[in-house]
Design a protein. Structure first.
Length: 630
């Protein structure tokens, strides 16, 4: 029996929907920052890795991680007089004969490309009377030279030395050798190497290919810095934004609760700058005065069930949250606006939202602190929209406490998170239809379809497409969505599935990435209701086939989205007789394949449309038909 549906959109039944629906959730999980999006090529550049950073307390994870020495047996780490108190450790070489080198292996190899330029910088000092320059080389495993440069002469006090290396070869396994041209003691710190080709050529910038993959999603907003990283797994692990701005040598690194180290080279300035570069609204999320309270919470197994920031320290914490807003939006003469201007951005970043809390248990400790922070922001910055948190998801609970608090306080937006199996998305297509329109709007801040084995494949991607189609229908109550997590370095993941996998040289978007990208590129700001009639009125068709009709009023395009999770094609007949079609040649984009395919990509073609459109939805597919209208 062929499966058929007929759909009649009714252009008289239109409603405005959010134009911010598709965004990105960035968290430093799976090596998303150092060794990932942050373009720094030297690992542990500040010698600040600590045994306590590392999950399982791996003994190889310490101040010397990724470093070694050549032509000497001594490799000392000192803390006696650092460049800055936030960056305590530095390396000491005792050189008897020139040729001693300090070597960094990068993040499992430094990738270099022949002909490309790399910015080298390091801090050095030497107490010796005769001080030399520093030869810096990129070398292969067998000593082959891939490029080299020489810095100016070392000083007696800490001094930043800079130079450019042009790579002479293309290789993935280079290492960097720092070879002082003198004898005696030489102290070294913040040894750094960046490709000049960062995203948009920004200094201290982002890896061009990975950042481009994010920009290509056309995200309307970017959440930062998490996830669990935002609230940490103990009070001392709360993400403190002030530690992540200013000169790199003065930033205060810290343990990442996912079991590694955060240099904070990619900090709040770089984040705001990136949002501006890609036209995304920044959505910073700060802790609600509590670290993770939930011992069952994925990232917080180490430190769950701790109290909140002591009441006598809450004023200071609240001030820090207000300072973040001033840093983003304040006049360049204000205390924190000036720091932004000094970093190279005198104009405000025009921050509109701030998230407070991340999936926290709605305990008394939380409620008290959240309310204090919320009231302080509302009083000082009434124009900023505060996003609350619904708390941890549990089936059937409907996040009662989180929503009660939101309603009591009159919050404008609430952040929900859930990771569910395909069946949940099929069975909950009306999830947001049930939401009370008089309450806060929803930011679906984290979601993904999870199958056993935690792969991202066509089945999960289609479930996400189905969910987003249903969310478009509810785009009057759901304001924003972001798939989570975003980035994962192959071999260094703590969480699967993720949207984009990568290694040092390749970016590997998943099937789910393309679903997000299609929604990002084919979003609208008006939703048109439609009536669907299904052959036999079968329940499986209702659960596995979904459609949406949106209009992008900027282009006047009608965008039809059709999801088919059935193993058979579905013949659709779509009544477009009320639509004024301007061009009968529409753009058709289709993703289709087998449910466990991991390599499905969108295919583009043309489709002739008329008042009555007959279109066959392939088995397991997502189709978008974009029609020009008058
Ligand atoms: O996205 C991964 C984690 O899932 C986030 O850090 C946390 O908020 C959620 O539990």
């Amino acid at each position: 029996e062929p499966v058929t549906i007929s759909i009649s959109p009714d252009i008289r039944k239109k409603k405005s929907i959010s134009d911010l629906l598709i965004g990105i959730f960035y968290e430093d999980i799976n090596y998303a920052a150092d060794g990932g999006l942050y373009a720094e090529l030297v690992q542990n550049r500040g010698f600040e890795y600590a045994l306590s950073d590392k999950e399982g307390r791996d003994k190889n994870w310490n101040n010397r991680t990724a470093w070694s020495v050549i032509n000497t047996d001594t490799f000392l780490i000192d803390t006696a007089s650092p460049i800055h108190a936030n960056n305590k450790h530095y390396a000491v070489l005792q050189i008897e004969k020139t040729g001693v080198a300090l070597v960094n292996e990068g993040f499992n190899g430094i990738p270099v490309k022949a002909g490309e330029k790399y910015d080298l910088s390091l801090f050095a000092r030497s107490p010796e009377k005769t001080r030399g320059r520093i030869l810096v080389r990129l070398t292969g495993k067998n000593g082959e030279i891939y490029g080299e440069t020489t810095t100016r002469t070392i000083s007696t006090d800490w001094k930043k030395l800079e130079a450019v290396i042009t790579a002479t070869r293309t290789a993935n396994d280079a290492r960097i050798e720092v070879i002082p041209q003198q004898t005696g003691r030489v102290d070294l710190d913040m040894v750094s190497l960046f490709p000049q080709k960062t995203f948009k050529g920004r200094e201290n910038g982002l890896r061009a290919d990975l950042a481009q993959a994010l920009a290509d999603l056309k995200p309307r907003f970017m959440r930062f810095p998490g996830g669990c990283v935002a609230h940490g797994d103990g009070i001392g692990n709360i993400y403190r934004w002030e530690n992540t701005i200013g000169p790199l040598e003065a930033r205060k690194p810290q343990r990442n609760l996912w079991g590694y180290h955060q240099s904070f080279g990619l900090g709040y300035f770089e984040y705001f700058q990136f949002c501006e570069d890609i036209g995304a609204e920044p959505i910073p999320v700060v802790a609600a005065g509590v670290p993770c309270q939930n011992s069952a919470h994925h990232g917080c197994v180490i430190g769950g069930q701790q109290g909140g920031i002591p009441m006598e320290e809450m004023d200071e914490y609240i001030q820090s949250v207000l300072n973040l807003i001033e840093y983003a939006n304040g006049d360049a003469k204000s205390e924190w606006g000036r720091k932004r201007a000094e970093a190279g951005h005198p104009k405000p970043f025009n921050l509109k939202y701030i998230g407070v809390g991340n999936e926290d248990l709605i305990s008394d400790i939380f409620v008290e602190r959240f309310t204090m922070i919320y009231n302080a922001i509302k009083a000082k910055y009434p124009e900023i929209t505060v996003i609350g948190t619904a708390g941890p998801f549990s089936e059937g609970s409907d996040y009662v406490e989180g929503w009660n608090l939101a309603t009591e306080l009159g919050l404008a937006l609430v952040d929900e998170h859930y990771y569910q199996p395909p069946g949940w998305y099929l069975n909950n297509q009306d999830y947001y239809d049930r939401y009370d329109r008089s309450k806060a709007k929803v930011y679906l801040g984290e979601y993904a379809a999870h199958v056993p084995g935690r792969h991202n494949n066509l089945e999960t991607a289609l479930c996400e497409a189905l969910h987003l189609v249903n969310i478009e229908r509810n785009g009057d109550i759901v304001e924003m969505t972001s798939y989570a997590p975003l980035l994962a370095k192959e071999g260094f993941t703590q969480w699967n599935p993720d949207l984009i996998y990568f290694n040092n040289t390749e970016v590997k978007p998943t099937v789910g990435y393309y679903v997000q990208k299609l929604f990002g590129h084919h979003s609208g700001n008006e939703y048109i209701s439609s009536n669907i009639v299904r052959s036999d009125n079968r329940e499986d068709i209702r659960k596995r086939v979904a459609s949406s009709f949106v209009i992008d009023t900027q282009t006047n395009d009608l965008i039809i989205k059709l999801v088919n999770l059935l193993p058979v094609p579905v013949s659709s007949s779509i009544d477009l007789s009320d639509i004024k079609i301007a061009d009968s040649q529409s753009d058709l984009t289709v993703m289709k394949g087998k449910p466990d395919d991991k390599t499905v990509r969108p295919e583009e073609s043309k489709l002739t449309v008329s008042g009555q459109l007959e279109y066959e939805l392939p088995a397991y597919s997502f189709s978008i038909i974009r029609v020009k209208t008058n």
